[in-house]
Write a protein of this length. Structure first.
Ligand code: ATP
Ligand code: MG
Length: 483
């Protein structure tokens, strides 16, 4: 079997085979490594299965390598792992499994290689290549995985209802592989996913989200997201996304199907950027639409404020999906809240100060926001799209010109919120925000210059309206660029 390994990989595999011969066990490369090598995809780790004790084999192999890698292992699962020169190698003893209905934790007992192949999720993941000297490199393919690899088909080794019911995570994996590899799920396998969808409830959200993120990172995430919807899986862990589906018609007027619009926006974004979180912003950009949908007589469908509702929904959805509650979440929420702003600047009579405000609000994320906004243009009307894109280019050029002049992206007003609290002896409060924004707006609108003295004079005047007097002085900041 020609699977095009590097000299380094080959040398490790030969060592594994030699040690395995000495221990009188059979051992095979199996799973993702074999599949990806055959497909010519990059691989970073290899799984090795042997008859008998996988941990013992890993330790014996590690002894033969220089420098000797550290072996970590899980006794309960019979798995061991080491990393040798950036290459991850995972060892497991061949197993036979039977599952109980209420859990995905199987009862496991030692088995043959064939038993082990049978418990793999898909035929393309059950391909095994022997490493023993006697038949080094020979492919063992009991379920015609090679043929499925060639015809680009996802099929289960067992009846699909058994495979999915045993471990419902495999339903997510089927859809993930279909998306990543651009394979088709066999119709009867997909039907089994539809039948077993509800069993996804026993899988932890972390593992579901892991698969979801792999779908989101694929070249065309819409493929997997649509399959998740059509199979019925999506509603069990992400009902807000399903709420975007459908078209309502009143007085002959319909709105667009926001689910399929969103899928298009995600793909458009994915074509322009690998940033996973930008893709999440695309997924969530219209998530506030169902909650804000109204039919206004004589006007049609409106979704006023959906960007604000979407911004507020973002942290809740991140928590529900166990996505990180850190600056990534804040970045996504910010892009959702700003996603209409660049388009609003394509109207005529837009002042430089509107441009400055957008640059200030988006800060370093302005380029990502522009990608999102451009991706959001999905009209079927070619003329309309052309006009939009032309206007959009003009906005981009003006933003660049304003930024070159005024350096807003990294600009901060000359008096900070901390300064304001100190000057008036305030604790964090609404007043601090009001005063801070008054300074920012006055400078961005060109009402006052971008200087400490002008800002201070405005601050004292605004504070007086709130019955506040300065009680402390602060050290003056060095003055930065002029907006
Ligand atoms: P990738 O590494 O790109 O996620 P992979 O196929 O290598 O793809 P892993 O999760 O690394 O996936 O698993 C390695 C192998 O273990 C798989 O190829 C498959 O044979 C088997 N496997 C993994 N998860 C399952 C599962 N839930 N059910 C059955 N077999 C599985
Ligand atoms: Mg893998």
């Amino acid at each position: 079997m020609d699977i095009n390994c590097s000299a380094e990989e080959l040398s490790i595999f030969e060592t594994v085979g030699r040690v395995s011969d000495q221990m009188s066990t059979e051992c095979y490369l199996i799973g993702g490594f074999v599949r990806d090598k055959l497909l010519g995809r990059p691989t970073k780790d290899a799984d090795i299965v042997c008859t008998g004790d996988g941990i013992a084999l890993a330790q014996a192999v590690a002894h033969q390598l220089k420098p000797k890698p550290h072996v970590s292992y899980f006794k309960n699962f019979g798995t061991a792992h080491f990393r040798f020169h950036e290459f991850d190698v995972e060892f497991v003893g061949a197993r036979k499994e039977s599952y109980r209905a209420e859990s995905r934790k199987p009862d496991v007992e030692p088995g043959t290689i064939q038993d082990d192949q049978l418990r793999r999720d898909f035929t393309i993941n059950a391909l095994a290549v022997s490493l023993n000297k006697e038949n080094f490199g020979k492919l063992t393919d009991p379920f015609n995985g090679l043929a499925d690899l060639e015809s680009k088909i996802i099929r289960t080794p067992l009846g699909p209802d058994i495979t999915f019911s045993d471990d419902p995570l495999r339903m997510m994996r089927a859809i993930r592989f279909a998306t990543q590899l651009q394979f088709d799920i066999l119709p009867e396998v997909f039907d089994a996913i539809c039948r077993n969808a509800e069993r996804i409830k026993i899988i932890s959200q972390e593992r579901i989200t892991d698969e979801l993120n792999k779908i989101m990172a694929a070249p065309k995430p819409s493929v997997g997201l649509d399959l998740l919807y059509k199979s019925g899986l999506l509603k069990y862990f992400f009902p807000q996304f399903v709420d975007l589906t459908g078209v309502e018609i009143i007085e002959g007027k319909g709105h667009k199907d926001n689910f399929y619009h969103t899928l298009q926006v995600i793909d458009n974004t994915a074509a322009k950027s690998d940033n996973l979180w930008l893709r999440w912003a695309a997924l969530l950009h219209d998530i506030g639409k169902p909650a804000t949908k109204r039919f206004e007589d004589g006007h049609g469908w409106t979704f006023h404020g959906h960007e604000v509702v979407g911004e507020r929904m973002t942290p809740r959805i991140f928590k529900q999906l166990k996505l990180p509650l850190n600056e990534k979440m804040k970045y996504v929420a910010k892009l959702v809240s700003l996603h209409l702003r660049p388009i609003s600047l394509t109207k005529e009579d837009i002042t430089d100060s509107a441009m400055r405000r957008l640059l200030f609000d988006a800060g370093e994320d302005i380029d990502d926001l522009m990608i999102l906004c451009e991706s959001d243009i999905t009209s079927k009307n070619k003329q309309k799209v052309k006009r939009f894109l032309e206007n959009f280019e003009m906005v981009k050029e003006r933003l660049i010109a304003v930024e070159e002049n005024d350096r807003i992206r990294t600009w901060q007003p000359p008096i900070s919120g901390d300064d304001i609290m100190h000057i008036f002896n305030l604790t964090p409060s609404r007043e601090v925000g009001v005063l801070k924004n008054a300074i920012k707006d006055a400078i961005l609108d060109g009402v006052i210059t971008n200087s400490y003295d002008a800002a201070y004079a405005l601050l004292v005047a605004k504070a007086a309206e709130l019955n506040l007097q300065p009680v402390n002085t602060v050290a003056r900041q060095e003055e930065n660029n002029q907006p």
